[in-house]
Ligand binder design. Structure first.
Ligand code: TXA
Ligand code: MG
Length: 357
C-alpha cells in the first residue's frame, strides 16, 4: 500500500490536508496523526472493520482495547453512559469537572460504553477509554473524520511509542493510508488513564496528569496495584501487561548513589565490551563524561524530568538503530511526570532493576 505523507503546521493545520485525512477515515482507512503525547494510529472508532485494520497494521493482539479520541465534549455521551449506574458519587459532575480542568489534554477516562461502540474497538470490554487530545492537528482531524477516532500509539507492537515523524514513517509507511506530519510531539509519554467504573477512581497508566492533579477533583484516587513491579496481580489495563516499549538490547536500571551507579555501570560495560558486545548508557546530562559505554545518551539535566519524558522513547529507538546489545540506565525518580517515566523505563527493562546502597 502507498502511504500518503503530508506535512502540516500545528499552529495552522491545512484545511485541504485535514479534509483528505477525514475522507480516508470515513472510507474505513487508517491515518497516523500527532497528539501532544505520542503519535496515534487513527481509524473510525464506530466502524468495527477499521478497528480490526488497526490491530493488523500494528501487529497488536486484538484483546487490547483502543482509546476513542473526541474533539467536542458534547460527543462524550454519544459513546459512554454518564448516568446513575456508577458507584462513584455524582459521576457526571465529576467527569465534567475533569473535562473542564484537563481537556483537551493528556487524560483518558474509562467509562461504561454505549452500544454504538463496537466490541472490536474496546477489545471485547463493556467499558470504553476516551480522551480529547490538545494538538490542533489532532482536533481538526477528529472533527473532519466524524468525531470519533480510535487510536493506539502509532508504533508496531512491542516498539517504543513514536514521538517523532521518522519513528512513524519507520513503523507505518506502506501499512496505512496516510501520515499527518506535525513534527515532534510535546510530552513524549502516553496519556494518564483513570478508570471511573470502579468504586474509587483508579489510575491504570501514569502520565503527565498525576494522581495529585486528579485529587483536585476526587477526594480519593488509587493507583492500580497491578502496576507495582513486584505485584502478583495483573494490571487492569490489558495493554499494561504486555512487555511494551522494549528496546532490542537488554536493558537494566541501576539505582543508588551516583558514584556507585557510575562505577557499577562502567565495570559491567567493560566486561560486556570484552565479550564483544555493544554497550549503552542512559544518564542525566551532568554525568555525560563519566560513562565509558559505546553509546551514551542523556535525558536532560537532573532537574528537568519533562525533558526526560520528551526524549525517552527516541533514545530507546536510537539504541536499536545503533545495534546496542546491552543497555544500562540510571534511575529517574522524582515528582510529577517522573512516575510515568519510571513506569515506562521499568517496563522496557522487563522489571530488571539493580539497587546499590
Ligand atoms: O496518549 C495516548 O493515550 C496515546 C495517544 C495516541 O492518544 N494512545 C495510546 O493508546 O497510548 P494505546 O493503545 O497505545 O494504549 C491504550 C491503553 C492500553 O494499555 C489499553 O489496554 C488501555 O489503554 N485501555 C483502553 N481501553 C481500556 C478499557 N476499556 N479498560 C482498561 N484499559 C483500557
Ligand atoms: Mg501503545
Amino acid at each position: 500500500m502507498d502511504t500518503v505523507i503530508e506535512k502540516t503546521d500545528r499552529a495552522h493545520p491545512d484545511d485541504m490536508i485535514i479534509k483528505k485525512a477525514g475522507e480516508y477515515i470515513k472510507e474505513g482507512g487508517l491515518v497516523a496523526f500527532p497528539t501532544e503525547t505520542v503519535y496515534g494510529l487513527g481509524g473510525d472508532a464506530l466502524n468495527p472493520l477499521s478497528s480490526r485494520r488497526i490491530y493488523e497494521a500494528k501487529g497488536r493482539p486484538s484483546d487490547n482495547p483502543l482509546i476513542v479520541h473526541i474533539a467536542d465534549i458534547k460527543d462524550l455521551e454519544t459513546i459512554a453512559y454518564l448516568d446513575e449506574s456508577y458507584t462513584i458519587h455524582d459521576l457526571k459532575d465529576k467527569v465534567m469537572e475533569l473535562s473542564d480542568r484537563f481537556w483537551p489534554g493528556p487524560l483518558t477516562v474509562i467509562l461504561k460504553k454505549k452500544d454504538i461502540v463496537p466490541y472490536e474497538t474496546t477489545g471485547g470490554l463493556d467499558t470504553v477509554a476516551i480522551r480529547m487530545p490538545s494538538d490542533p492537528i489532532a482536533l481538526a482531524f477528529i472533527k473532519a473524520s466524524g468525531g470519533f477516532i480510535a487510536a493506539p500509539s502509532a508504533n508496531l507492537s512491542g516498539r517504543p511509542s513514536p514521538t517523532r515523524i521518522d519513528h512513524v514513517i519507520e513503523d507505518m509507511n506502506g501499512r496505512i493510508d496516510m501520515i499527518l506530519d506535525g513534527g515532534d510531539v510535546d510530552i513524549g509519554v502516553e496519556s494518564t488513564i483513570v478508570d471511573l467504573t470502579d468504586d474509587i477512581p483508579t489510575i491504570l497508566r501514569p502520565g503527565a496528569i498525576t494522581a495529585d492533579d486528579l485529587r483536585s477533583v476526587f477526594t480519593e484516587v488509587r493507583i492500580d496495584p497491578g502496576l507495582a513491579p513486584d505485584s502478583d496481580k495483573a494490571p487492569k489495563a490489558p495493554g499494561m501487561k504486555y512487555r511494551h516499549y522494549a528496546p532490542k538490547g537488554d536493558l537494566t536500571i541501576v539505582k543508588g548513589p551516583s558514584d556507585k551507579v557510575i562505577a557499577y555501570i562502567n565495570e559491567h560495560a567493560a566486561a560486556d565490551k570484552s565479550d564483544l558486545l555493544n554497550t549503552g548508557a542512559i544518564c542525566v546530562d551532568e554525568h555525560i563524561l563519566d560513562y565509558r559505554a559505546t553509546l551514551v545518551k542523556c535525558v536532560g539535566r537532573s532537574d528537568d524530568r519533562k525533558l526526560t519524558a520528551h526524549r525517552l522513547y527516541a533514545i530507546l529507538r536510537d539504541f536499536d538503530d545503533e545495534g546496542i546489545d546491552v543497555i544500562y540506565s540510571e534511575s529517574f525518580d522524582g515528582e510529577g511526570i517522573s512516575t510515568a517515566v519510571m513506569n515506562r523505563l521499568t517496563k522496557a527493562a522487563g522489571h530488571k532493576i539493580i539497587e546499590l546502597h
